[in-house]
Write a new protein. Structure first.
Length: 126
């Protein structure tokens, strides 16, 4: 799996940014999980499609909550992102940093059959 650092910047006047994140998908017994270590969000279901849909709902709730509370930058900094509030730019921690700092992600990353997908998501910036 690639060791990549993802970044984000403004995409329009609606104060939204687009960011590319990694989502790791695996099956444990009969449950499929979709997990983004850079946002520490998880979805799950009986199938890959259900897990992705569950992850999408979790992500939407994260975006809605941080937009309403105006806490996006605080949350991302807490999750290890490098944030420049003045320029409204942010950089996700790279895979190596996430593996060093997140024991749960280390266990997931080293499981057989884990697939990594990249997806673009929009985050609301206050």
């Amino acid at each position: 799996m690639a060791n990549t650092r993802y970044s984000a910047s403004y995409i329009n006047k609606n104060k939204k940014i687009e960011v590319l994140i990694s989502v790791f998908i695996w099956k444990d017994e009969s449950v499929v999980y979709a997990y983004s270590p850079s946002l520490d969000l998880t979805g799950y279901g009986n199938t890959i499609a259900e897990a992705k849909k569950s992850f999408e709902v979790t992500l939407q709730e994260f975006v809605k909550y941080t937009a309403n509370k105006k806490t996006l930058f605080d949350e991302l900094e807490y999750l290890g992102w490098a944030v420049n509030r003045k320029k409204k730019t942010m950089f996700a921690p790279d895979t190596r940093e996430l593996l060093n700092d997140n024991e749960i992600f280390r266990k997931i990353y080293n499981r057989p059959g884990v697939k990594e997908e990249h997806r673009e998501v929009e985050l609301a910036v206050a």
